[in-house]
Design a protein. Structure first.
Length: 256
């Protein structure tokens, strides 16, 4: 903290000098001094970052000097003697009093019955949790972890903790860890039903698959197809969002 305070003081001094020079006819006569002050600011900021990073491991949970940290930030009121990580990706942890998700307390979670289902799903005797939040729509007694962001209970299938409308729990299967899944009736992209997709012939593409109508064009990994369409996962131009576009297999196009 001392390095940040010193940096702020030097920046304030630098600002004062700049304002003072701006009132003079001969501007910026103290260029050499400005340069030295800026170097000092960068040095103090570097020392702060170095010392802070040296003291704590900013990667998940860590016990140090009778204190538990998450990403270098102290977890208040945690009990180090009974503290334990519950998974290998440092999402969930608990002590004798509290359950944590990424260092934050999960309110009302039961420490004795709390268990990991898979990935970011967990449960206790009262509730199912996804990313540390209560997933009230998921039945705690019949919930089963499927894969990555998917779980199901006796009535429904869930993607990212949200129900997949019209999904059949008995025949549901994950075809791709993130994008594609299907059941006996429908195909889904990121938990949303794909209109007019054919479930029977739908498959996620591999490098050995080709168009029936064009042996020279391969159905590349990361895409999918059924008997009618080729499905392409695209990224929005100015955002990290993904969307799906589709074209008829009979079409020949250059960008694929």
């Amino acid at each position: 903290m001392i390095y940040i305070i010193l940096s702020m003081l030097i920046l304030f001094l630098l600002l004062v000098l700049l304002l003072k020079d701006s009132l003079n006819v001969k501007k910026y006569k103290n260029k050499k001094l400005y340069f030295i002050l800026l170097i000092l600011v960068f040095i103090f900021i570097f020392l702060y970052i170095y010392s802070h990073g040296k003291n704590y491991n900013k990667s998940g949970y860590e016990k140090k000097s009778e204190i538990v940290y998450f990403d270098g930030i102290k977890i208040k009121n945690s009990d180090m003697k009974t503290f334990e990580k519950l998974d290998n990706i440092d999402y969930y942890a608990k002590d004798k009093n509290t359950v944590y998700y990424k260092g934050k307390e999960i309110e009302n979670a039961d420490t004795a019955s709390f268990e990991i289902l898979g990935y970011e799903y967990a449960r206790d005797k009262k509730s199912v949790y996804y990313k540390g939040k209560t997933a009230e729509s998921i039945d705690v007694y019949t919930v089963k972890y499927i894969e990555t962001v998917y779980v199901k209970d006796r009535k429904s299938v869930f993607y990212n903790g949200k129900i997949i409308n019209e999904a059949d729990t008995g025949t549901f299967e994950v075809l791709d860890p993130i994008y594609f899944s299907k059941d006996k009736n429908s195909v889904f992209f990121m938990g949303k039903k794909i209109k007019n997709a054919d479930s029977d012939s739908f498959e996620v593409c591999g490098s050995n698959l080709t168009y029936e109508s064009n042996e020279k064009q391969k159905c590349r990994p990361g895409t999918a197809r059924d008997k009618n369409f080729i499905y392409i996962v695209r990224k929005a131009k100015y955002a990290p969002f993904r969307h799906l576009s589709k074209r008829r297999i009979s079409s020949i196009f250059k960008d694929f």
